[in-house]
Write a protein that binds this ligand. Structure first.
Ligand SMILES: [Zn+2]
Length: 199
């Protein structure tokens, strides 16, 4: 079982740095997505999955997003996970959402990730991080025609972890504990779906 991890944004192999969205105090999206991909990669490997993509430290921009998609396709990845932070002109926008291309298998993973994040960070079992409840809002698993979801030959899910543009959520995204909880939730969700399939 091969999982391709695509941390959103990066240095840009074509020489154009692409930090992604930037929070009110300067946290960049690609700082979060690269750290999360590293954590998620460790957890997935420990569960016996083969991890592709993130291990290459492939700093990317939109041009080599196509390379990531092609690479996942040629390497025969079984699942593609793209990691991003949300951003909005409204500083109040908040919450977690996942996107899938419409296939049942991708939708199942997109929903499992939200379920696990809810349990891990937002009020279900294991709801407490550093003694505090994280009132993360579930914005749902949604269908989209993003290239990353439709040009990939395997089920693909894009996770918008939280709003980096919201000062409270930016503060959470800075915390290593919170990033680890996100990584555990996503790894757990993948395992929930694929362990049952005997992958
Ligand atoms: Zn992004």
């Amino acid at each position: 079982m091969k999982v391709y991890l695509d941390p959103g944004h990066g240095e840009g192999v074509t020489g154009k740095p692409d930090p992604g969205a930037v929070g009110p105090t300067g946290l960049t999206e690609n700082t979060v997505t690269f750290d999360l991909a590293k954590r998620l990669g460790h957890l997935l490997r420990a569960k016996g999955y083969q991890v592709l993509g993130a291990t290459l430290a492939a700093a990317r921009d939109d041009e080599n997003l196509n390379e990531a998609i092609a690479s996942a396709n040629t390497q025969g990845a079984d699942l593609f996970i793209s990691l991003h932070c949300n951003a909005s002109a409204s500083p109040k926008a908040r919450g977690v959402e996942t996107w899938h291309g419409g296939s049942t298998s991708a939708q199942v993973v997109a929903e499992a990730i939200l379920q696990r994040i809810g349990e891990q960070l937002a009020g279900g079992k294991g709801a407490w991080v550093q003694g505090r409840r994280y009132p993360l809002v579930n914005r749902g698993a949604k269908k989209s025609r993003f290239a990353v979801l439709t040009n990939t030959r395997m089920p693909a899910v894009l996770v918008e972890l939280a709003f980096i543009s919201n000062s409270q959520e930016e503060a959470w995204l800075k915390e290593r504990t919170v990033r680890q909880q996100f990584a555990q939730a996503i790894a757990g969700a993948i395992d929930d779906v694929y362990r049952k399939k005997g992958a």
